[in-house]
Design a protein around this ligand. Structure first.
Ligand code: SAM
Length: 278
């Protein structure tokens, strides 16, 4: 009988882990950026892209339909491609009376859009630095005036409005404003809550860098068992389910309930000898 070949994968993984501290060489972030830069626009590409069996153009949802129909009255100003992402992350709250915060009221139309989308019982809180935005308060819509870059403003805000379901940051769009807002409100989301930050523009955007660092926490690994492979989740992994990136938009989902362990059991009875990693 041939002795099983010891696979080096597991040892390499552990070696890489223990060597951590110094940034890996070569710079993988730079390599990933360069790879993305190399993609041709479809119109410039020589090869025809093959659709998969399930490829179909996205169907406009209710939010997109509301936006397109909003030809008169209080204005809404959104990038069109946001609507598909909104529906993907926010549809679960429709009809569930969510508490929704939008930073950036401007001309009031988006508050009305959220109110109609989430339906009866929802609570919409619009935050803006401009006093004039108080004009958009009404049934189910509250307006709070303040500077989203100011942690003291948020400290007072969360005393009044805790346990949020949805946050949409469409305010001043400066990284320091976006970071102050995220740090104040992401921890205040309920289980399953969704945090969206809009208008993260530019490949050297600092809020993008912040999210790169934040997302690293999803890969923390405090091993408590090799068989079955089991990791004790960090506080972040316990409470943050995922971080999603779209053009100019970041969506962060809180876990539906606190995660107790991250585990990779083996299911089955037949195993090849050439791989014994976890
Ligand atoms: C892009 S507009 C919001 C658009 C609106 N949400 C919509 O969909 O139509 C940005 C708004 O953010 C507000 N704003 C700018 N800086 C702010 C700050 N530091 N704190 C709070 N609001 C701010 C502006 O007054 C403006 O009304």
């Amino acid at each position: 009988m041939t002795a099983p070949v010891r696979n080096v994968w597991w040892d390499r993984l552990r070696g890489a882990r223990s060597a951590r501290g110094a940034r890996p060489e070569p710079d993988r972030a730079a390599a990933g950026f360069a790879f993305g830069q190399g993609w041709a626009r479809e119109s410039e590409s020589e090869s025809e892209r093959e659709p998969t069996a399930i490829a179909e153009p996205p169907r406009p949802g209710r939010l997109a339909a509301h936006f397109e129909a909003n030809a008169e009255g209080p204005g809404i100003w959104k990038w069109r491609h946001y609507f598909e992402a909104y529906e993907r992350h926010l549809a679960k709250f429709v009809g569930r009376s969510p508490r929704v915060v939008e930073i950036g009221v401007y001309s009031g139309g988006s508050l009305e859009m959220w109110k109609q989308y989430f339906g009866t019982g929802c609570e919409i809180i619009g935050v803006d630095i401009e006093e004039a935005c108080r004009a958009y308060a009404g049934p189910s819509v509250e307006i709070v005036i303040g500077d989203q870059a100011d942690p003291a403003f948020w400290a007072g805000f969360v005393e009044r409005f805790d346990a949020l379901d949805v946050v949409i940051d469409d305010g001043g769009h400066l990284p320091e404003q976006q970071i102050a807002t995220l740090e104040a409100l992401l921890p205040r989301l309920r289980d399953g809550g969704v945090y969206i930050c809009e208008d993260v523009t530019g490949v050297e955007n600092e809020f993008q860098d912040y999210c790169d660092g934040l997302a690293r926490n999803l890969n923390a690994e405090e091993w408590i068992s090799e068989s079955p492979a089991t990791v004790k989740p960090s506080g972040f992994q316990t409470q943050v389910h995922s971080i999603h990136r779209y053009p100019f938009l970041v969506a962060i989902e809180r876990t539906p309930e606190p995660v107790a362990e991250l585990i990779a059991p083996r299911h089955g009875t037949e195993w090849q000898p050439f791989f014994d990693g976890p």
